[in-house]
Design a protein around this ligand. Structure first.
Ligand code: FPP
Length: 269
């Protein structure tokens, strides 16, 4: 753990959970499907966008806790290709929240050595959002701490299509590459990063919703009924404890040591 002392007040439930985490077996890459903002707002008779607004606080707490805990990669699903189907006003609010979050948090990201990277077809977003994202990605490009990927205008299927297009473009440019798992992995938006070990989904839904379809092949999945705006670091700690209690076999018969993470060479269920 890079800075466990500031992660939880002594004597709190967070501290008790934190004390049970084995720092030598942390997941290297945690991916999160943030869900339930609308329901959170509905329960309070508020407009849906208030759920998104409250969700930003949950993002802030998670990013800080994940970095201090020593996670190497964190990927958050913030806006899918399918989310364009939502009312215009909701999409507009989401984009504003995102732009403001990136602007406000940039100093904190740099201070905490967090490398920020949007993934997805994010360059198709509003130019003001793209500019804020580019600025944050550039300003944090040299940070060597946690990699914070944010999936925007993202779809797992589109990602695989884009990877295939990249490979075809290489061939067309006279750079023939092998067509195998390694080439496809290296052509994804998450190129060079390990696959997620742990996938967290909030709000109790049992779906992967077109998120990191290739990369989650062997991820452990943890679903919590907690709605995203209520998600705090203690829930991350709970997820990690559950992850550490699981036996990962990657299609073999023997448990694989959780750290460092192993990628299966051969397919198997
Ligand atoms: C799903 O809840 C959530 C989203 C589509 C957007 C996630 C956005 C945020 C957490 C806020 C902005 C993000 C950043 C990074 C600043 P839903 O609206 O589908 O909830 P429902 O299923 O209850 O309707």
């Amino acid at each position: 753990m890079s800075d466990p002392g500031s992660l939880a007040e002594p004597g709190t439930p967070e501290a008790e959970l934190l004390a049970r985490i084995d720092p030598g077996r942390l997941p290297v890459h945690v991916a999160v499907i943030m869900d339930g903002n609308g329901r959170w707002a509905q329960q309070r008779k508020l407009p849906r966008v208030e759920g998104h607004r409250a969700g930003v606080d949950a993002v802030r707490d998670l990013v800080e806790a994940a970095a201090r805990l020593g996670l190497r990669h964190l990927t958050l699903y913030a806006f899918s290709v399918e989310n364009w189907k939502r009312p215009r006003a909701e999409v507009w609010t989401l984009m504003n929240l995102l732009r403001e979050y990136v602007r406000r948090e940039l100093d904190t990201l740099v201070r905490n050595d967090i490398r920020f990277e949007p993934i997805g077809r994010w360059r198709e977003l509003d130019p003001s959002v793209v500019a804020a994202l580019e600025r944050a990605a550039t300003a944090t490009a040299g940070c060597g701490g946690m990699r914070f990927n944010i999936a925007l205008n993202y779809s797992g299927r589109c990602e695989i299509v884009d990877a295939c297009r990249r490979i075809v473009a290489d061939w067309a440019a006279g750079r023939p590459v092998d067509i195998d798992e390694a080439t496809l992995s290296a052509s994804l938006y998450t190129s060079g990063q390990p696959d997620p070990d742990l996938l967290i989904r909030t709000s109790g839904e049992m779906r992967v919703s077109n998120f990191l379809l290739w990369q989650i092949a062997y991820a452990e999945i943890w679903v919590t009924p907690v709605l995203w705006p209520d998600f705090r670091r203690r829930h991350l700690f709970e997820a990690i404890l559950e992850f550490q209690s699981r036996e990962r076999r990657f299609g073999g018969v023997e448990a694989v040591d959780l750290s460092p993470p192993a990628r299966p060479d051969a397919a198997g269920a």
